[in-house]
Write a protein that binds this ligand. Structure first.
Ligand code: CA
Length: 304
């Protein structure tokens, strides 16, 4: 009997813990506010926000994924600090974030922020923990710093586009900063005592591209990155762009097509646009068929 009991206990503990997706929808529920959705999350869950403008702050103190259904139309905006990450095992994806004080304040080690637009903030991202990753994000129109990081270690800022900020990156700690395109800022990077790995970035049309930072190899200065159309937020690179195949030349960061890393949000292993396609048009022919017959489905779609 004792043996059987032990086996049963092991089986109980061996059962997989299934992560759940908690959906917040301001109009249809099941959760109508981010706060209520967050309260319902268990460790490892995904908090999925329907497209809307959310005037809510959120402090994340448990491991989870915070994700928007569509980065352009899922917007969190407050007059203070909008998202505070107090847990290391957090992934923030596919959101637009605005905060008069700060868009996202990272206080703990190892969270990841990717495929986000962080804009119209004092500090876009304020990194106060070590080993955080910001990758393939658009960070723009921040009147203090796009990214600020003081006194932290080994944060990684990779394959972002940062533009029209006072300081693109305000760094006073050891960072890996690579494959970013930083343009139209007062200082592209302001790094008074910065001594990390600043390499393979593009700086263009900043009042000062690099201030006070130790510079590594591969940075491109004063060459237009040649976006398809910055004014309409089209960050694709034209074929003549100097940022193609000039990002960090390490296999770990190569593009999904196997070529060397492209700078900007479409480069690297987690490029912008890897989300689910949106189906724009679908035809079924013939329109009616008898049971057991076959029919054709033809669809077109787009991936942002
Ligand atoms: Ca490439």
């Amino acid at each position: 009997m004792k043996t059987i009991l032990c086996v049963m206990i092991i089986m109980l503990f061996a059962l997989p813990v299934l992560a759940t997706t908690i959906v917040v929808d301001q109009w249809n529920g099941p959760y109508y506010t981010i706060a209520d959705g967050y309260a319902a999350c268990s460790d490892g869950d995904t908090l999925l926000l329907s497209p809307a403008l959310y005037n809510e702050t959120l402090t994340i103190s448990k491991p989870l994924t915070l994700k928007g259904m569509d980065v352009h139309s899922t917007i969190m905006q407050t007059t203070t600090t909008t998202i505070t990450i107090n847990n290391g095992d957090v992934l923030v994806q596919d959101l637009t974030v605005r905060g008069n004080n700060c868009g996202i304040h990272v206080t703990q080690e190892t969270p990841t922020i990717e495929h986000c637009i962080i804009e119209q903030s004092g500090y876009g991202v304020d990194m106060d923990g070590d080993d955080a990753i910001i990758r393939n994000c658009i960070i723009r129109n921040c009147n203090n710093s796009g990214i600020k990081t003081y006194g932290t270690l080994y944060n990684k800022i990779i394959n972002n586009v940062i533009h029209d900020c006072n300081y693109g990156i305000n760094a006073r700690s050891h960072l890996e900063i690579c494959s970013n395109i930083i343009i139209n800022c007062n200082r592209g990077i302001s790094g008074d005592s910065y001594s990390g790995n600043l390499y393979y970035n593009c700086f263009y049309n900043n009042t000062t591209n690099i201030y006070g930072a130790t510079v590594g190899p591969g940075n491109i200065e004063d060459q237009n990155p040649l976006f398809e159309d910055l004014s309409s937020s089209n960050y694709h690179l034209l074929p003549a762009s100097p940022c193609i195949d000039t990002g960090i030349p390490i296999g770990l960061y190569q593009d999904l097509d196997g070529t060397r890393n492209n700078m900007g949000i479409f480069g690297g292993q987690t490029p912008w646009g890897m989300g689910n396609p949106t189906v724009l048009d679908m035809q079924i022919t013939p329109e009616s068929v008898p049971q057991g017959a076959t029919f054709d489905v033809e669809a077109t779609g787009t991936v942002e």
